[in-house]
Design a protein around this ligand. Structure first.
Ligand code: UT7
Length: 347
């Protein structure tokens, strides 16, 4: 559970012609006012996986950095995971669910094709005023959702937006396929975005996609139908090369667009897929590993949930101070990528 902390990150939009737009809405500055996470109780260890497929703890830890991952109970869904993370984020922000204007859930493992996971979550939270929709951006989904929420606030349309990333990959994995089943885990993370009147730092957003990479990592059907037709399929080494390239490029671009230097960045929170990807990006960017937050060892790859879970843990572990400049950067199926800069500022 998240603890209530005093510091709040603040964003500002780089270019704004006028605080009142053509529709008469007052433009504002998005600001993270709450954060929370939820991890299912059940830990699946590498040693247990050694009993299921031809693998070893030493291969998994040396090739990926992963020691354990969480697996959702059969009664849990992407919506119920998101509910726990969202309640924690709302508690941190001190906001009543009834004050939410919009809920966006990033997931590619929803329990229904429709209604959206965000719609189910709206009801579970009792957020009766909120509009709700999902974003399926695979492992980049949280960055897509955060970028979208920021637009609604900076346009003046909404003041309080909940963004969650929630995934149950255990239901789309082939548990006989050692190439994939050792890599992923279940979990959820959430942030509350509020509207501030004044900027303190430039926010920049970089999003990108290369649809020609559709067949490099994909899941052909809905989550929960484990009849062998709909399992996640991935060409790992190709994703690895793509991941390193886009983490580096998106980070460089988003930092430059914010008017910052790489040396101004205090912490990079990358999508948690593999420590070797993060270490290679660290070497390529010339940014030391101490400036990268890593928790893939504990949870594996939780797709759209990995960045908000990592952000929440970085705050809880005291790794983020007032005034710090952060980069959140994601990549995944699509092939897609995205990054945002955040300035963490005290009240
Ligand atoms: O969010 C985006 C989602 N995905 C990713 O980010 C994944 C990105 N890719 C990766 O992280 C890495 O490519 C993997 C961890 C998936 C694979 O690591 P790798 O070092 O690229 O290994 P590889 O696929 O080249 O396989 C090397 C060997 C192969 O054996 P041979 O052909 O050399 O005899 C594989 O069959 O390792 C074998 N192998 C395994 N051995 C034990 C593959 N998976 C396993 C396993 N246990 N679980």
């Amino acid at each position: 559970m998240s603890s209530r902390l005093t510091s709040r990150p603040e964003f500002a939009i780089l270019i704004r012609a006028s605080p009142v737009n053509e529709r008469g809405l007052v433009a504002r500055f998005p600001r993270i006012t709450g954060w929370g996470k939820y991890l299912p109780e059940r830990v699946l260890t590498n040693q247990e996986l050694e009993q299921k497929v031809y693998t070893s703890d030493s291969w998994i830890t040396s090739r990926t950095g992963i020691s354990g991952r969480r697996i959702a109970a059969s009664t849990e869904t992407a919506s119920t995971l998101a509910l726990e993370a969202s309640r924690a984020a709302l508690r941190t922000s001190g906001l009543d669910p009834a004050a939410l204007d919009l809920i966006i859930v990033a997931t590619c493992t929803p329990e229904y094709i429709f209604p959206a996971c965000a719609s189910v979550l709206q009801d579970l939270l009792g957020a009766r005023r909120a509009a709700a929709f999902d974003i399926n951006g695979a492992c980049t989904g949280f960055i897509h959702a955060l970028a979208t929420g920021c637009q609604f606030i900076s346009a003046g349309t909404y003041r309080n937006v909940l963004i969650a990333g929630s995934e149950i990959y255990s239901r789309i994995l082939d548990w006989q396929d050692r190439n994939t089943c050792v890599l992923f885990g279940d979990g959820a993370g959430a942030v509350v975005l509020g509207a501030a009147d004044s900027p303190s730092c430039a926010l920049s957003i970089v999003l990108g996609n290369d649809g020609s990479g559709t067949d490099i990592i994909y899941t052909p059907g809905p989550c929960g139908i484990n009849d062998g037709r709909y399992f996640l399929t991935m060409r790992g080494p190709e994703v690895f090369k793509f991941a390193v390239k886009v983490i580096c490029q998106a980070t460089r671009d988003v930092v430059a667009q914010a008017g910052l230097q790489m040396s101004d960045i205090d912490l990079i929170i990358p999508h948690q897929a593999n420590t070797r990807i993060i270490k290679t990006a660290s070497r390529t960017l010339g940014v030391p590993m101490e400036k990268f937050f890593v928790n893939v060892d504990r949870y594996g790859n939780t797709s759209a949930a990995s960045i908000p879970i990592a952000l929440c843990e970085a705050v809880e572990e005291g790794k983020i101070k007032d005034g710090d400049n952060l980069v959140l950067v994601g990549f995944g199926g699509g092939l897609s990528w995205g990054a945002v800069t955040v300035k963490w500022a005290g009240d």
